[in-house]
Design a protein around this ligand. Structure first.
Ligand SMILES: [Zn+2]
Length: 319
C-alpha cells in the first residue's frame, strides 16, 4: 500500500503485515500517549485508546490537541484526529478510568501490546499486575522536566515492580514542568520499542532507557528480575483494589462519581441553567463560575478549589 511504502522498504512486507495485524492499547493520552498513538496510527497499528481526562489549554504546549478540543474527552478527540490521519486502521476509544474493575476487560489475554502513558504510579502498578496475569508485553514510559524513561516489559522477564518500588518515580509535571521536546523524544523511544516488540526484534531482557534532553544523553541500564519481587511472586494489591485510588495529575479538577447517568435527560435539565454542549461520550456544562464535564460512565470532572466545593456543586446541579 502506498501509505506504508517508506516503512516497508525498511521492515519488509511481512513486517508491515505484522504491524497491521496488531492492536496497541494505550493507557493515558497526554504528552506521551497522544504522540505515541499518532506514530503508531501512521505506522498502521490498530489502536485502543483509554483516557479519563478532558483536554485543557495547559495541555496544548505538548499534547496533540487543538483549541477546539479544550473541554472535551481526550479519548474521543484523539480518536477523531487519528481517524483523519489513517482511516485504514481500527480505532476504539474509551473515555474512562483504567481501574481494577475494568483492567481484564480492557486488556484481555490476547492483547498484542500495551503502552503505559499514564501520569501516575497506581495506574502503572495496576497495569503491571494485569500484564503479569495475562502475559501481555507492555512498554512503560514516563517524562518530566528534561528527562524521560522507557522500558519494554516482556512476559517471564523483569516486571515493573522488580525495578521500581512504590515511592520511586520522576516527580510530577505540575511541580517540575515538562519540555515538549523531552516528552516527544520519550514517546518516540517508546514507539521504537513497541515496533521492535511487534516485529519480534526486542532484546531478550530489554534495558531501561533514560534520556535527558538537556545534555542530550541516552543511558541504557541493565534491568533484571528481582528475586524478592512481590508482584512476580503473585501479589496483586492494585488489581484487588487495595492499592489506593488514582488521583488526577494536580490542578484544581476533582473527579467524582455518580451511580448512573442519562446524558440526554441531564442535558435537558441543565440547558435551562447554563451553556450545555454534548458529544457521544460526554457533556460539558458552563455557567458563571461553574464548569464540569460529565461522562457517560458516571464520572464527573469538576473545576473547584477544594473537594468539598466540588461535591457541593455536583449535588446542586446533578442530584
Ligand atoms: Zn517483578
Amino acid at each position: 500500500m502506498q501509505r506504508y511504502v517508506r516503512q516497508e522498504v525498511l521492515i519488509g512486507p511481512r513486517g508491515q503485515r505484522k504491524l497491521e495485524r496488531s492492536t496497541a492499547v494505550i493507557i493515558g493520552l497526554g504528552a506521551l500517549g497522544s504522540v505515541s498513538a499518532e506514530l503508531l496510527a501512521r505506522a498502521g497499528v490498530n489502536l485502543l485508546l483509554i483516557d479519563r481526562d478532558i483536554v485543557e489549554r495547559s495541555n496544548l504546549q505538548r499534547q496533540l490537541y487543538t483549541e477546539d478540543d479544550v473541554g472535551w474527552p481526550k479519548a474521543e478527540r484523539l480518536a477523531a484526529r487519528l481517524t483523519a490521519v489513517n482511516p485504514d486502521i481500527t480505532i476504539h476509544a474509551h473515555a474512562t478510568d483504567f481501574s481494577s474493575r475494568n483492567a481484564a476487560e480492557l486488556l484481555p489475554e490476547k492483547t498484542t501490546i500495551a503502552l503505559d502513558c499514564a501520569d501516575n504510579l497506581p495506574t502503572r502498578f495496576l497495569l503491571n499486575e494485569r500484564c503479569l496475569d495475562a502475559r501481555i508485553p507492555w512498554v512503560h514510559a514516563a517524562c518530566v522536566g528534561w528527562e524521560g524513561e522507557v522500558k519494554l516489559f516482556r512476559p517471564g522477564k523483569a516486571c515493573y515492580h522488580c525495578l521500581f518500588r512504590e515511592a520511586s518515580g520522576l516527580g510530577t509535571c505540575d511541580t517540575i514542568g515538562v519540555l515538549n521536546a523531552a516528552s516527544a523524544m520519550t514517546a518516540s523511544l517508546q514507539v521504537a520499542e513497541t515496533i521492535r516488540s511487534l516485529l519480534g526484534l526486542a532484546a531478550e531482557e530489554p534495558p531501561l532507557y533514560r534520556l535527558n534532553a538537556r545534555g542530550v544523553e541516552l543511558l541504557s541500564l541493565n534491568a533484571g528480575k528481582r528475586k524478592d519481587c512481590a508482584a512476580c511472586a503473585g501479589g496483586r494489591p492494585y488489581l484487588s483494589g487495595k492499592g489506593g485510588a488514582a488521583k488526577l495529575c494536580g490542578r484544581d479538577i476533582w473527579q467524582l462519581r455518580l451511580p448512573s447517568v442519562d446524558l440526554g435527560r441531564i442535558a435537558r435539565k441543565l440547558s435551562a441553567l447554563g451553556e450545555v454542549r454534548q458529544s457521544e461520550s460526554a457533556l460539558i456544562f458552563r455557567q458563571k463560575g461553574v464548569e464540569f464535564t460529565l461522562f457517560r460512565d458516571g464520572r464527573v470532572l469538576v473545576r473547584a478549589p477544594s473537594e468539598s466545593r466540588a461535591r457541593t456543586l455536583c449535588a446542586k446541579y446533578l442530584a
